[in-house]
Ligand binder design. Structure first.
Ligand code: B12
Ligand code: SF4
Length: 526
């Protein structure tokens, strides 16, 4: 494919060759640039560990985004700068890439992460040289060995490369077949730059990759299409490997709590879980998992508890069975969701129920059904997000087909799950009111047995209710995180949570009281 914008592209091509030549003779200097929140950038940690294992001579450093990033980069003089992008933060990141490209010496910028996997054409953005689709380990290894050996880098699987006026679109690489063969993520890469992250007690561990389900709003359904016939979708690590990583965390950082952040915990297979339980007995660090209601049986819950599991995220998403089946491609019944929560909670595993409000074709009536279902299932913590139409997913495509969003929608998505995007027909004022009072309603219902729908209509959308809601969310979230924390950790977490928007406080307070719409929009037929 030809890509033209002659003068700038000619300059870029010379730059490209010059950087490759320099890297070959003077060695590669790789800078990862990323914003630190209280969640670790695990993807970057994995790539760094893999590169260090294969190329011990590479100089690799992490740069947290702050006012001094450019100065620090100038001192480091990288010839490759690597960025990780998710949809919602992509516009901000493209600006950052441009700014850094103009501000420091010649270098090649490489972008990867979930957004780039869906949109490798982002390579045509100004300042971007290479876009990596999918898992970064194998393509990055091929890239840096080609650079070292003076080979052509333009034909590497997994990479789209902009070289002057040419765009090389290579096919995707195979998925990493054996996760046990990957080194543990290089956490010291970013702990060295963030005391907060190093000391933070809740450490993420990725015990598996991929999800075979097809939920219509989720990244995985599209991902699995892109990587069709490129290896097994769901890959579990062995219990031995997972336990060894947690042991290392405990010994190196005195880790008090682990969150397994894979989409569905491997321990839903009883044989895996039993072996894990035996091996994990020597570690004894309490942990959190994600599970689907269909997998919860009494035996699984008991074995999980015996292993050290203290909390589980089990998504409800929407409270109407027909809607879940028809629009979300999630066929679990209400009874299954209620039973799953009951089994886990009765074994002493606290349940967090993620919910998505403001779904298209649902109407506020659908959201109120969700509220009722959650009031019946009684999880410890309910966390509400507002639907964001992430591009490439089946539900977003349906929204587009039905004219609820337009083609430019993606570039207006917020960088969080709590602000309203612009999906026509969704009654955002009502949705936001419910989001702002969800936990308060559940608490009042639990204490006084008042009807949840009446509570929703009667409660004012005041700053007090919003603050109380955030406070209750935080208190119940603390119960999900099952370890005792010092003041330092609690305050740092609150600070980071507010600054990064994860706790939704800033957004809740900034948001004006919505003007309520009189005529609810009816669900649009599919
Ligand atoms: C933990 C998590 C978070 C954490 C931390 C994210 C982080 N810093 O890594 C928090 C809570 C902050 C978060 C926030 C968001 N998240 Co999130 N998150 C996840 C989760 C559950 C795990 C991520 C992870 O560590 N995976 C394991 C690692 C090994 O995989 P990975 O990150 O994908 O990295 C691999 C490749 O992507 C690639 N890669 C990644 N970066 C780079 C960089 C380069 C240079 C290269 C070459 C390759 C490369 O190589 C890596 C190794 O193989 C995923 C779900 C999932 N299954 O991945 C969602 C997920 C990534 N999040 C998602 C989204 C949308 C978001 C938000 C944008 C949502 C929102 N609007 O609020 C926000 C962003 C907010 C913000 N301000 O940044 C979507 C992304 C979809 C998309 N189209 O972009 C996912 C896939 C969830 C989903 N199922 O839809 N998230
Ligand atoms: S089960 Fe979870 S991770 Fe898997 S497709 Fe559905 S929403 Fe995505």
């Amino acid at each position: 494919m030809t890509f033209r914008e002659p003068s700038r592209e000619k300059k870029q091509a010379d730059n490209f060759e010059h950087v490759l030549e320099n890297s070959r003779h003077q060695g590669c200097r790789i800078a990862f640039v990323n914003q630190i929140s209280f969640n670790e950038p695990m993807g970057i940690g994995y790539i760094s560990a893999y590169l260090k294992a294969h190329f011990p001579d590479l100089a690799i450093e992490f740069f947290h985004v702050d006012a001094n990033t450019v100065d620090h980069l100038r001192q480091f003089k990288p010839n490759f700068v690597l960025y990780s992008l998710m949809t919602g933060i992509h516009i901000r990141e493209f600006e950052r890439v441009r700014h850094i490209k103009r501000s420091i010496g010649p270098h090649i910028s490489v972008l990867g992460g979930p957004h780039i996997t869906y949109f490798p054409q982002s390579v045509t953005q100004e300042g971007v040289d290479i876009a990596c689709q999918g898992e970064g380990e194998l393509p990055m290894k091929s890239l840096f060995s080609a650079v070292r050996d003076g080979m052509d880098i333009r034909k590497i699987n997994g990479l789209w490369i902009k070289d002057g006026d040419e765009l090389h679109q290579n096919p995707v690489e195979y998925l990493v077949p054996e996760l046990d063969e990957l080194p543990f993520p290089d956490r010291d890469l970013y702990y060295g730059k963030s005391d907060f992250l190093r000391k933070y007690g809740r450490k993420p561990v990725v015990g598996a990759r991929g999800c075979p389900f097809k939920c219509s709003y989720c990244y995985n359904s599209g991902l699995n299409k892109i990587f069709k016939s490129k290896g097994k979708v769901l890959r579990n690590r062995s219990p031995e490997s997972v336990v060894a990583e947690v042991m290392q965390l405990k010994e190196r950082y005195a880790t008090p709590f682990v969150a397994f952040i894979e989409d569905v915990f491997s321990g839903v297979r009883l044989s895996w879980l039993q072996e894990f339980q035996e091996r994990y007995a020597s570690v004894q660090v309490p942990f959190y998992i994600s599970i689907r209601a269909e997998f919860v049986t009494s035996e699984i819950a008991r074995t999980l508890k015996k292993s050290g599991c203290v909390s589980a995220s089990m998504a409800v998403e929407h409270g109407d069975y027909e809607y879940r089946k028809e629009y979300l491609f999630r066929k679990m019944t209400d009874e299954k969701l209620i039973e799953g929560t009951r089994i886990l909670e009765s074994e002493g595993i606290r349940v967090a129920s993620p919910i998505i409000l403001g779904m298209p074709f649902s109407g506020i009536e659908g959201d109120l059904k969700t509220l009722k279902l959650v009031a019946r299932s009684r999880p410890t913590h309910a966390t509400t997000a507002i639907f964001q139409p992430y591009p490439g997913t089946a539900l977003t495509e349906l929204c587009r087909e039905k004219g609820l969003i337009d083609a430019t929608n993606m570039d207006h998505l917020p960088d969080n799950f709590f602000s309203s995007p612009n999906v026509k027909g969704v009654e955002y004022p009502q949705v936001i009111k419910l989001h702002n009072s969800f936990s308060v309603i559940l608490l009042l219902h639990r204490w006084f047995h008042w009807d949840v729908e009446t509570l929703f209509h009667r409660l004012p959308n005041s700053v007090f209710i919003r603050l109380l809601n955030v406070f209750l969310k935080y208190i119940t979230f603390k119960q999900i995180i099952g370890y005792k924390r010092g003041w330092w950790e609690v305050w740092s977490e609150i600070y980071q949570g507010i600054v990064t928007g994860v706790f939704d406080v800033g957004i809740s307070l900034k948001r004006k009281s919505p003007k309520l719409i009189d005529h609810p929009v009816r669900p649009v037929s599919k």
